[in-house]
Design a protein around this ligand. Sequence first.
Ligand code: GLA
Length: 374
Amino acid sequence: MDIKTEFEKLFDQKPEVTAVAPGRVNLVGEHVDFLDGFVLPFALKDVTTAAIAKNDLGVIRISSTNRDETIFEIPVAKIEPLTGEPWTRYPIGVIWSLGIKVGLDILIDSKVPIGAGLSSSAALECAVGTALNSLFNLELSLPQLALATQKAENVYVGMPCGIMDQSVSLMGVEGQALLLDCRDLSTQHIPFDIEPHDLDLLVIDTQVHHALVDGGYAERRASCEKAIEILGIPSLREISVEDFVAQKSKMDETTYIRAFHAVTEMRRVLDSVVALRAEDFTTFGRIITECHQSLRDNYTISCPELDVAVEIALANGSLGSRLIGGGYGGSAISLNKKSDTEKIKNEISKAFAAHGFKAPRFFTSLPSSGARLI
Ligand code: GLA
């Protein structure tokens, strides 16, 4: 399918601009992006494409190749947060957040698995944002575009996400993981060159679909913010693990344990960077497994499918394995020797069948480029 031809068939005009933006895998640094933390994601090669042209109808007409040929129409004057067909809120939220007030025809094609913890929503927002940035000569920098697309998701969609997914979808670089400082959006590219070490980064999609707009994410974020308030510090990044633990009695158990995840996770990211720079994948693997344990036991956002995937990967030679993204489903990753990949996949599939879980999907992935015009 050629999106430009498809666009012309649907809207009777050619697209003026077409952009792609990828989903992401996060190596480490989970649920700390909204706390001024560091995160270490990379961009997937799977992308969402947005083809766009202006129209003079005063209406946004939007369609997706993933959902037959239905065209949703929203008058520009009626654009309002938290309204409209749920999936269209992501692209329309970006139009709203960029303050664009003219009619547009938009066709979306997503190759990023939806609801799999791989940031299909950020890919959609960033493809539309990149296209509009060019179409209207907005000249927004990548960090500015990341903030604008995050605002779309926070306010228009109503999901209080952090800045990681949009940042890496826009700023990812081939062969490198992105060390993002979520306080000022500064970045460093960290080589993640696992091929010469005969390693695979296996992504295990549990096929348990998550819906982050629902409660758990926001509740945990609120607990971490409560800890900051109780401790009277500007950010959880300002406190060492030791000082945080010493002040345990000031916090209720839920606040403490959730914020404990965040404080230790920030340290894990920095330790991971040291390990990756030294090409010490054994240490890096141990750290990401610790991340899973913390997400499971402290932050409590795992689910049986994710825990089984991680457990079986580790039992079959994985150097490190963990759930990624928002949690409650979606995907896990395993860093393992290439020669162990087939065995890990087979054993996870067998275990899923034995537990009566839906069959998982697998793919291996390496860091790819961020959003671009095509
Ligand atoms: C989701 C959010 C991100 C981030 C992760 C957890 O993907 O969109 O901002 O908080 O969860 O690290």
